[in-house]
Design a protein around this ligand. Structure first.
Ligand code: URA
Length: 210
């Protein structure tokens, strides 16, 4: 397995991923599945959060117990499909802040253009988990993370549901310090840069735009 890439093989994630891939899965169920998978993946991706010991008074005695310490979290969905993962991750970390980044490819130069960015004011003090269900060429993910680093963010993870080998390669070489979490690394990309076998266009399936 490639360094810095965790393929989350929990049976619940894998089962829900199969339902998600099915072309007969409708928009309502698709949205619910993306959210559930994002929640389960977030559970795994936050496994290394540091803890500190605190004392809590129970009704009976003082307990030495643990709470999460260290940086606060922010989730940053890449528009538009990344939005589908926000509800699920926020179920687990309700105190997290959310930033939004929108990127498109310039039709002639093919360079990524960030057309929208709204981030929490204290983003540089937070650990950031960037979310986008599909890591295809990796162009948007690389660019979003480059921009977050330019804003001073030091700890970044990337969470997608399906990755193409090309995207994983592009992301891990551009940002070797970023841990990548996915539920599957698929075969590759077709001529239209869709992941094969993938699940089709995640944004269209989430929002019913096709
Ligand atoms: N974006 C999608 O929604 N699907 C793909 O297969 C690739 C990128």
């Amino acid at each position: 397995m490639m360094k810095n890439v965790s393929v989350l093989d929990h049976p619940l994630i894998q089962h829900k991923l199969s339902l998600l891939r099915d072309k007969n899965t409708g928009s309502k169920e698709f949205k619910e599945l993306v959210s559930e998978i994002a929640m389960l993946m977030c559970y795994e991706a936050t496994r290394d959060l540091p803890l500190k010991e605190v004392e809590i008074e129970t009704p009976l005695a003082v307990a030495k117990t643990k709470v999460i310490s260290g940086r606060k979290l922010a989730f940053v969905p890449i528009l538009r499909a990344g939005l589908g993962m926000v509800d699920g991750v926020m179920e687990l970390v309700p105190a997290a802040k959310i930033g939004h980044i929108g990127i498109f490819r310039h039709p002639e130069t093919h360079m990524p253009i960030e057309y929208y960015s709204k981030l929490p004011v204290d983003i540089e003090e937070r650990e950031v988990i960037v979310v986008d269900p599909m890591l295809a060429t990796g162009v948007s993910a690389v660019d979003a993370i480059t921009n977050l680093k330019a804003r001073g963010v030091k700890q970044i993870k990337f969470m997608c549901i399906i990755a193409a080998p090309q995207g994983v390669e592009a992301l891990t070489s551009a940002h070797p310090d970023v841990q990548v979490y996915c539920a599957s690394i698929d075969e590759g990309l077709n001529d239209n840069l869709y992941i094969i076998p993938g699940l089709g266009d995640a944004g269209d399936r989430l929002f019913g735009t096709k």
